[in-house]
Design a protein around this ligand. Structure first.
Ligand code: SF4
Length: 401
């Protein structure tokens, strides 16, 4: 399949692994910002394959995981009101609030509609004029254009029964928060390719100048991830820190200007609370005053989404540390015991982009790298870069997962 198979090619992957090992003179600390990249690194065995060469810290790029508990609780409360329907993507369903998940609330008679796009929610509101439809707008810069379009469509249709519970967040301010933290260990970033598809990467120039760390825009397939890691290490080894785009088939310097325009029309940049971080200056979006009549917080009574309520299992869940890259998921005492995808204590275990879910799904399964050599390839391999030490690491990686 074009644009897929060539980015999963095992031979290229093995060459890149060998080149990464040749280039690194020390175990550098890299952070992949996006939860989709975390899952790719685990799913393809890259994290375990390179564990001896690179420390990969998993970043806060799971929008479900960083959604404040107060927002989840408010969505649940709205779903229990008469004539109110909360519309949401499916990945919010099982995320714990302070007492319940939306799934529990639906079981208790709450009104929940699973949709595949924000425009589906607008259509549902159009078809059900006797009900108030609240779309739970969670996500990064990637999903904000679609929810902005939904607001514009609701305005065009003059709908008075559609609103948004806005919990959109912006990635770069969170990266700044991480770098400003006194316990920061990140030496280079793999920036989220899908976010940069919308935003472009020009704004990272100032970030690199300020923090003097490589920022490499990276995709999600094994070759994308390995190229991103290699570029980070090359920059770190030579001391030439810059922004590099390794996802050029999707990302341009300026980004998607049409998407940016629609976001700017509907939203303004605002301080936003992030789970695990507290309120991040300019860390998200709020509806502009012209569109505030579509704000569910205003329509149904203001609740402070900035409050940091305790969560279900908060006394044991270490999600805040996982999201800030301070704790490896498998180091959480509850991992795989009290906390599993079937019985999650925190969002990172249940979200499709959560780091705990990635480790549970892939790392504990004893999986070999997806680009692992076959026996015949191992025995005929003559390149110094794929010597016996490489082969043994492949086997060690597989046995330690
Ligand atoms: S393993 Fe479970 S309890 Fe531990 S940090 Fe992850 S979500 Fe929270």
């Amino acid at each position: 399949m074009k644009y897929v198979d060539e980015f999963r090619d095992p031979t290229t992957a093995r060459q890149l692994v060998a080149e990464i090992r040749r280039t690194a003179t020390q175990r550098w600390v890299l952070m992949e910002v996006c939860g989709g990249q975390t899952h790719g690194l685990l799913r393809h065995g890259i994290e375990s394959e390179l564990r001896d060469t690179v420390e990969l810290i998993h970043g806060p790029g799971c929008p479900v995981c960083v959604t404040p508990i107060a927002a989840i609780d408010f969505a649940q409360e709205l779903a229990m009101r008469d004539n109110v329907v909360v519309a949401s993507f499916g990945d919010m369903l099982r995320v714990p609030g302070s007492r319940n998940s939306l799934l529990n609330v639906r079981g208790a008679g709450g009104h929940l509609k699973i949709v595949y796009s924000p425009l589906d929610a607008v259509t549902f509101a159009q078809q059900h004029p006797d009900q108030q439809v609240v779309f739970f707008a969670v996500g990064f810069e990637t999903t904000a254009p679609a929810t902005a379009l939904a607001v514009l469509q609701a305005e065009r249709l003059n709908l008075s029964n559609f609103s948004l519970l806005v919990s959109h967040v912006r990635v770069q301010p969170a990266m700044e928060e991480l770098m400003d933290s006194p316990d920061n260990r990140v030496q280079a970033f793999l920036a989220a390719g899908h976010v940069c598809t919308i935003t472009g990467f020009a704004s990272y120039d100032a970030f690199v100048r300020r923090y003097k760390v490589p920022v490499v825009v990276t995709g999600f397939e094994p070759i994308d991830l390995l190229e991103g890691i290699l570029e980070c290490i090359r920059q770190l080894e030579t001391g030439r820190k810059k922004v590099s785009n390794r996802y050029a088939r999707s990302v341009s310097r300026a980004g998607n200007l049409s998407a940016q325009d629609v976001v700017t029309q509907v939203y303004e940049i605002d301080d936003r609370p992030w789970r695990g971080f507290g309120t991040i200056p300019c860390g998200g979006y709020s509806l502009r005053s012209e569109y505030r009549r579509f704000d569910a917080e205003k329509r149904f009574g203001h609740v402070s989404l900035h409050s940091q309520l305790p969560i279900l299992g908060d006394e044991v869940c270490r999600a805040a540390d996982v999201l800030a890259g301070r704790l490896r998921p498998t180091a959480c005492p509850e991992f795989g015991t009290a906390c599993t995808p079937e019985s999650p204590l925190g969002a990172p275990m249940v979200s499709s982009e959560g780091a705990c879910a990635a480790y549970y799904q892939y790392d504990s399964a004893g999986r070999a790298p997806s680009f692992s050599q076959t026996q015949s390839e191992k025995s005929t391999s003559a390149s110094p870069s794929s010597s016996s030490s490489d082969v043994s690491t492949v086997e060690t990686g597989a046995s330690t997962k």
